[in-house]
Design a protein around this ligand. Structure first.
Ligand code: SF4
Length: 235
């Protein structure tokens, strides 16, 4: 018998005596979770298509309340017409709206894209900056987007991307009781080696999409069930 990922049950994590009620327990859960998810998802990566930091920034802005699959259907046309910040900054808003319409909230997203590109041209020589402070000053860019850009486009681990999957799994694993993304990010940072911060988000997102879904988590097929305090009774 094999699981969804071809892992025999005997290959799953051995039970680890860990309780999320103590700092040491949280650390044990986080360490085992990281080890097991690295093993089953050796190719975990950002699922948005991009060729450079500018494209990743555009794609990440479009990914708000939208699937990566849908964004990847839209961005080829966007990048074919507006290849860089100067081109996008000079775009007509209604033209951008038309291209990004299917990603939802298209008026706000088009405004953010053109505003972001304009600021890149005016303040950063058309290039994407490499600090959180400069990134979050761009229209349409919050801490989550800034962390996506730094971690993936520049391999700078300055924070942890907390999306809905990271949020749900961190809580189910007992690593935090926080509900807000910044509180969750702060709780995760001391538990995970800094060089793995960007990877951690990919691993949790991949696991959330494939096994630990919001509505029907497949705890029986989960390689971290042995250390998950919510196994069999997720909330
Ligand atoms: S055991 Fe269940 S609740 Fe815990 S991480 Fe795995 S799928 Fe999610």
């Amino acid at each position: 018998m094999t699981t969804t990922f071809g892992q025999k049950p005997s290959q799953r994590a051995a039970p680890v005596a860990a309780s999320p009620t103590t700092k040491a327990g949280k650390q044990a859960i986080a360490t085992e979770m990281l080890t097991q998810l690295k093993r089953v998802y050796p190719d975990a990566h950002c699922e948005l298509d991009y060729r450079n930091p500018f494209e990743l920034l555009c794609a990440t802005i479009l990914s708000a309340q939208c699937t990566d699959v849908r964004v990847n259907m839209v961005t080829p046309a966007l990048f074919a017409r507006y290849a860089d910040a100067p081109a996008l900054s000079a775009a007509k808003l209604e033209d951008v709206e038309e291209i990004v319409r299917s990603t939802g909230f298209f008026r706000a997203k088009a405004k953010s894209l053109v505003g972001m590109a304009t600021r890149l041209v005016e303040r950063h020589g058309g290039e994407v900056p490499r600090t959180i402070a400069e990134l979050v000053a761009l229209p349409g860019v919050g801490r989550k987007t800034a962390n996506v850009i730094l971690g993936n486009a520049f391999a700078i681990n300055e924070g942890i991307v907390v999306d809905t999957h990271v949020q749900r799994l961190a809580r189910r694993l007992g690593l935090t009781r926080q509900a807000d993304p910044i509180g969750i990010e702060r709780a995760l940072m001391p538990l995970i080696p800094q060089e793995d911060w960007a990877l951690l988000s990919h691993l949790l997102i991949w696991h959330g999409r494939r096994v630990c879904s919001a509505r029907k988590p497949a705890c029986g097929d989960c390689v971290i069930a042995a250390v998950c305090p919510s196994a069999g009774r997720p909330t």
